[in-house]
Design a protein. Structure first.
Length: 305
């Protein structure tokens, strides 16, 4: 992934999304390009057109945090997009514009015993641990049951992005597949900005770009996203529809690794569905027979970061 190309395409795509009216600028004459012109962004950011044009060509090395903030405001970037811009700038020259700890790249991820104890103690809520590449690294009993389709990856290295775009079961598991596909790619694009030298991420993006036109189209949009909380809709092969609230928290002892915990609204059909899921998951032989897919637990020391 060439950093200059990443910067150029990201800034160009953000500029194209904002109309002059949204930016509070008058519309004069016929416009041949969508969104804002370079000189308009430069004016809004308070920098010269020559300087902004240089930045948009990918030359972010040495840019100050104040200029990045001004550009983020001019382009009306949200929190995820602003963070991505700062990540791209840091990757350009290795500066300390961000204080966020970096991921561990290709180093093998080793769960601490305490984390496994905590997961096992969470008996009524599905919980899963993953990284920015979308690798499913560990899960509790209900988490393994919820993600039995994802865990059926014959490679033994389950990954949410690979599942979403390459496994036909994903279209059933995610009723709103287009939404999940969008956020999956946006999460990967965000991770690419944070860890531009992650070899395994490059390989994953290359594989998905080669094998999925739908992934390629979304990847070229340069959308980014912060994955923290909300509601997800699943359709499990055994218990049916599940509408679950989720919260994702970073694990401070493992940079680049986070845990997501799910819960259903009390008294809802989804809460009943989780109880059924727990009952079904208590018999691993029945699990495999009912789904026709290998519902196996993730390795306790998978390769990840």
């Amino acid at each position: 992934m060439d950093n200059r190309a990443e910067v150029r395409e990201f800034l160009t795509s953000r500029r194209a999304k904002i109309t002059p009216q949204e930016a509070g600028l008058p519309v004069v004459g016929q416009r041949r390009v969508p969104g804002l012109r370079r000189n308009e962004v430069a004016t809004l950011a308070g920098v010269s057109i020559e300087y902004y044009s240089r930045l948009e060509r990918g030359h972010l090395a040495g840019v100050s945090a104040s200029v990045l903030e001004a550009i983020a405001r001019a382009l009306q970037l949200d929190a995820a997009e602003r963070g991505h811009l700062f990540d791209l700038a840091q990757a350009a020259d290795g500066s300390n514009l961000l204080t966020r700890r970096r991921g561990r790249g290709d180093k093998q991820w080793m769960p601490q015993p305490g984390l496994l104890w905590i997961l096992d103690a969470m008996r009524d809520a599905p919980a899963a641990v993953g990284n920015g590449r979308g690798d499913l690294l560990a899960a509790n009993h209900l988490g393994r049951a919820l993600y039995s389709d994802v865990l059926a990856d014959p490679s033994g290295k389950p990954n949410f992005a690979r599942f979403a775009f390459l496994d036909p079961a994903a279209r059933r598991f995610y009723p709103d597949w287009d939404f999940f596909a969008d956020i999956t790619v946006a999460n990967l694009r965000t991770e690419a900005g944070r860890n531009p030298h992650d070899r395994q991420l490059h390989e994953l993006v290359g594989e998905l770009s080669t094998r999925s036109a739908e992934f390629r189209d979304r990847w070229s949009a340069h959308d980014v996203r912060l994955h923290s909380s909300g509601t997800k809709h699943f359709h499990h092969s055994v218990v049916g529809d599940l509408i679950l609230a989720y919260e994702t928290v970073d694990l401070r002892t493992d940079a680049g690794v986070s845990m997501t915990v799910y819960a259903a609204e009390p008294g809802s059909p989804s809460e009943h569905g989780l109880r059924l899921l727990a009952s079904w998951a208590s018999d691993p032989i029945a699990t495999a027979q009912r789904t026709g897919r290998a519902a196996q637990a993730p390795e306790t020391t998978p390769e990840g970061g």
